[in-house]
Design a protein. Structure first.
Length: 276
């Protein structure tokens, strides 16, 4: 029972860390104080859990846990979380904190779902299947966010054409404004990019520990990375002021079509993604 509880708590840490990354991304781009507070709270919980587990491990083994690669990864991840909290609280280095947390999350995931951890744990098979479940969940949530950006982009195009042709009537009064629709597009892909990145990290870890061999050039993997790059490029261009209005909405439409191709065709051509 203790092993199962420990495994669940480590999984919870990975999920909390992933969600905190999403809010850190929002705070980094838009300086949202509420997002910053949520991210800090979640990361604080992760740090407390990590510290408790580290202390218990030291008490159990009667030594400092840095003698093996497995132990070193956990200590390294703990140090990164500690450093990010110190930089955020005392120095407000938001840019550094965001990227430190990306690295920390990757190493925390590696530790939690590493092959040596799976082999040691009596719930190893359960850990593997739950890693896959978490990976798929984050992927689907990212697709939901991108779908929402598609909806806002479609609304933007409808509103733009209605206003341009001066065909505005009361039946359209419940629609958002052009500014609100554009903001909805931006927030949606902001969340979607964060979730998709987390999903790719978790999915890669699952493939490493579950498959005897796999290719990074698998169609679904390549398609997902292309999708991440396309949406990131759209967001970057918008942030730079080079992409806005109708071209921005059209970019969301084209990116969503790419998402659909990856979702359906990529799964069929993949060697180990079997969604039919």
């Amino acid at each position: 029972m203790a092993d199962i509880t420990m495994a669940r708590l480590h999984e919870a840490m990975v999920i909390l860390y992933a969600v905190s990354l999403v809010f850190y991304f929002i705070d980094y781009l838009y300086k949202e104080k509420k997002a910053s507070r949520i991210a800090m709270t979640l990361l604080g919980i992760v740090w407390v859990l990590q510290t408790v587990f580290l202390a218990l491990y030291i008490i159990e083994t009667q030594r400092f846990p840095i003698l093996t690669l497995f132990e070193g990864i956990y200590f390294y991840a703990w140090l990164l979380v500690t450093l990010s909290l110190v930089l955020r609280i005392f120095y407000r280095f938001d840019f550094a904190v965001f990227f430190i947390n990306i690295i920390g999350f990757i190493f925390m995931t590696i530790h939690t779902f590493a092959p040596v951890q799976i082999e040691r744990s009596p719930v190893g098979e359960s850990l593997v299947s739950e890693l896959l479940l978490i990976h798929i969940t984050f992927a689907i949530l990212s697709y939901v966010a991108f779908s929402l950006s598609f909806v806002f982009s479609a609304l933007y195009m409808i509103l733009y054409r209605l206003l341009k042709k001066k065909k505005w009537t009361k039946q359209w009064s419940n629609l958002p404004s052009l500014g609100q629709a554009e903001l909805g597009m931006t927030i949606s892909i902001l969340v979607g990019i964060s979730l998709l990145f987390v999903s790719l990290v978790l999915g890669f870890q699952w493939a490493v520990i579950s498959l005897n061999e796999f290719s990074v050039f698998d169609m679904k993997i390549v398609g997902s990375f292309v999708l991440l790059l396309v949406y990131s490029w759209i967001l970057y261009r918008n942030r730079k002021g080079a992409l806005s209005g109708m071209p921005y909405a059209m970019a969301h439409i084209y990116a969503f079509l790419l998402l659909l191709i990856n979702f359906f065709l990529g799964s069929r051509l993949s060697e180990f993604h079997f969604w039919y």
